[in-house]
Design a protein. Structure first.
Length: 187
């Protein structure tokens, strides 16, 4: 059995294994799930040969980081990720949930738990998350999780998705701000 990475009130996060390819294929096969990511589902062989191997490689290089399968009541609902960045004291937070899990507070619950783990167990100084500016649902999760708007930025994409012209947004939170909010102090 794969060990638990993190438990919340309703979620269990664990490392992915090679046996999880079908879960990732199903999750990524939903065009609405992929709407603000690639705009379309990736081919199965891409998940088998690129996506899942890259996920597993992160565990080897960064044992406390990576993408983690999320289950609610024993049912796979998607993943949460805490990824390394170019700054060793900053992690990138993300999530991808199937539509059946949308609107139930799982994204906020999982993101808050990852933020807490980053600051308390992993010694991080900053967490960040980004999305397309037009992805209002994801931006709302970031705000509810305590992340704060940092900036809008524009990147070049060879095949831009609808809404790309409005840019991407970066949200972030540093340890001192998180601790001030957590302990109710003015900081």
């Amino acid at each position: 059995m794969v060990g638990t990475y993190l438990d919340t009130e309703r979620l269990t996060l664990r490392r992915f294994t090679p046996a999880d390819v079908e879960l990732l294929v199903a999750l990524n096969s939903d065009p609405e799930v992929m709407r603000f990511l690639t705009g379309r589902p990736p081919p199965r062989d891409h998940i088998e040969e690129v996506v899942l191997p890259e996920m597993l490689e992160v565990y080897a290089e960064h044992p406390q980081l990576g993408h983690f399968a999320a289950e609610a009541d024993g049912v796979f609902i998607g993943w949460f990720g805490m990824q390394p960045t170019s700054d060793a004291k900053t992690v990138g937070i993300g999530y991808r949930l199937n539509q059946a899990a949308w609107g139930k507070g799982y994204a906020t619950e999982g993101t808050k738990a990852l933020i807490a783990k980053a600051f308390t167990e992993l010694g991080m100084e900053r967490v960040e998350a980004d999305t397309m500016a037009v992805n209002h649902r994801s931006r709302a999760v970031m705000r509810r999780s305590g992340l704060r708007f940092v900036k809008v930025y524009h990147e070049h994409y060879d095949n831009p998705l609808p809404g790309t012209e409005f840019g991407d947004v970066l949200y972030g939170l540093d340890r001192a701000t998180w601790e001030a909010g957590r302990y109710g102090t003015n900081g």
